[in-house]
Design a protein around this ligand. Structure first.
Ligand SMILES: [Cu+2]
Length: 151
C-alpha cells in the first residue's frame, strides 16, 4: 500500500515537472507552404527548427494561389510562404525576423524577395549576396526590417 502511494506521488510530481518544462520552452508553431520539389524550402525549414520553431509542413500544388490568398504582394514573392500568428513569412527570412514579426502588429508579413545566396536555406559555396528583409505594413507599404549581411 505504501509503495503504491509513493509511486502515485512520484508520477504526479513528474507530470508537474513535464508540464512546467513544456510551458517554459513552448515552441513557436509556424505553417510552411511549399512546392513538393523545393529543396531550398526544406533547408529553410531546417533553419527554423534549429532555432526552436515547430514547423507544420504543407506541400502545395499551386503556390501562386497560396501567395495570393495570404496577401503576399507579387513584388515580394519568393519560393515558400509561411504563416505565423496570422501573418505571412515569404521566402528565406532569418529566424530572428520571424520572431520579431510576432511582436509587430503593424505588419501584414515579412519577406525576402527572390532567393538571395547566403540567406538561410540558400547557402551556396559561402556566397553572401546583400539582401534585405522587407516588412509589408497593413496599409500596403514596404519597410526595411533588416539588412544582411550585418557587418
Ligand atoms: Cu528558396
Amino acid at each position: 500500500m505504501t509503495s503504491k502511494r509513493r509511486f502515485l506521488g512520484l508520477s504526479t510530481a513528474a507530470s508537474l515537472l513535464i508540464a512546467s518544462a513544456a510551458f517554459a520552452a513552448e515552441p513557436l508553431t509556424i505553417d510552411v507552404h511549399r512546392d513538393a520539389n523545393c529543396g531550398c524550402c526544406k533547408k529553410w525549414i531546417a533553419h527554423l527548427e534549429a532555432n526552436g520553431f515547430k514547423v507544420v509542413d504543407h506541400v502545395e500544388t499551386d503556390m501562386r494561389a497560396v501567395k495570393q490568398e495570404l496577401g503576399v504582394a507579387p513584388r515580394l514573392a519568393s519560393c515558400h510562404t509561411a504563416v505565423i500568428d496570422g501573418k505571412f513569412v515569404e521566402g528565406h527570412v532569418p529566424a530572428a525576423q520571424v520572431q520579431e514579426l510576432i511582436k509587430r502588429n503593424d505588419l501584414a508579413g515579412v519577406a525576402v524577395p527572390g532567393m538571395p545566396a547566403g540567406s538561410p536555406g540558400m547557402e551556396v559555396d559561402g556566397m553572401k549576396h546583400a539582401y534585405q528583409v522587407i516588412g509589408l505594413t497593413k496599409s500596403g507599404d514596404d519597410q526595411v526590417v533588416a539588412s544582411y549581411p550585418d557587418t
